[in-house]
Design a protein around this ligand. Sequence first.
Ligand code: GUN
Ligand code: ZN
Length: 437
Amino acid sequence: TTNNSRLIRAELLSFDADPGEDDTPAEGSVRHIEDGALWIEDDRIRAIDDYARLEPDLPPGIEVIDHRGKLLMPGFIDSHVHYVQLEIMASYGRQLLDWLNDYTFPEECRFAQYDHALALSDVFLDEMLRVGTTTAQVFCSSHPDSVDAFFTASRKRDLRMLAGKVHMNRHAPEALCDDTQGGIRDAERLISDWHGKARLGYSLTPRFAPTSTREQLDATGGLLRNDPSLWLQTHLSENTGELDWVAKLFPESRDYLEVYEQSGLVGPRSTFAHGIHLDQEMRRRLADRGANLAFCPSSNLFLGSGLFDRHAARDAGLNVTYASDVGGGTDLSGLATLKAAYQVGQLRGQPLTAWQGLYGLTLGNARALSLDSEIGRLAPGMEADFVVLDLDATPLLSRRHARCRTLGERLFALMMLGDDRSVLETWAGGRRQHARD
Ligand code: GUN
Ligand code: ZN
């Protein structure tokens, strides 16, 4: 063994399969070890077991970090977030289209400057680690410098991140619009510099149908067709004003989803943010292609977009991922996203169990993003990205925790009441990258 071998002793929780929607998780879906040990070597997990069972196998002198009384889980994953919107979170009083014009587009113009983009990338990644998020699929701005900066900051921390340059060639300030061919050349250069390097992946990023011409959507689809190892992220059916606009702009398409289908943008590595206003046939078309919908509950509530129908997606066999959608979202924290998802679910008669929520934030998101061979579980060979949670972070949380009788109750209270204070440490790439105190 190397010097970079460490053992963390803690209560361990990880999912091996979808726990289902019942109050008790499906047989074999949850791995929970009360007095557990996670053995990491360099940037990967070497073993996970009961502390007592692992202890005899340990090399003499191995560093043991004692986190007994704390809960260790895989690092959280955010399937859709805009790092360039961090500083305009909580801008008052608008729905999507006005919010984009009044706050978002002017803000994103600032990311033409590499230095600004690098500074904000660092701030963003620090904030993500503070809330236990170790992987995200990230919108940059339309400027290639904004992507170089983000990947540079991510590689410095050895984080697993997906990101891409926004393609948008109309209906926005000129400083934010690219032209179709120039944007494609920029994306090709970024892909060759960053895709598959260290722990980074490139996600093609046409903003949404209204800000691209058909020609630009087709050209982006061409890149995806040529290299199926790329990811793709965009927005779909978030707001009713947006739907009406898309119908006018693309009269040749019978619905919003068909705009993307006709340009070859719908595949197994495609994430469509929101997908609130869809019919069941559209959900099935997405499911047939293996795409996923990013459920962004705090954003949907903040922008007044609507209540996501999680059960309808599930019934269609469509993968749902969980996302903050900051700056539309009001909180970077994955726990806060689950809290909002629970609240949206309550208003729809679809409450979310902590099992389903925490599975979603970890293995569920990893699977839907085709990252589950690397992250999302505590298991030998997986990358050592994990979060150490403190369920007694404040006197009040500790009182609430003391009243919980079952693991299910503890996890649910964590999901509803937890925040950045509940994140004691965040580890990524085998290194402690955030410590609360
Ligand atoms: N649709 C197109 N662009 C955006 C964006 O930046 N945020 C959200 N929430 N929806 C969008
Ligand atoms: Zn978004």
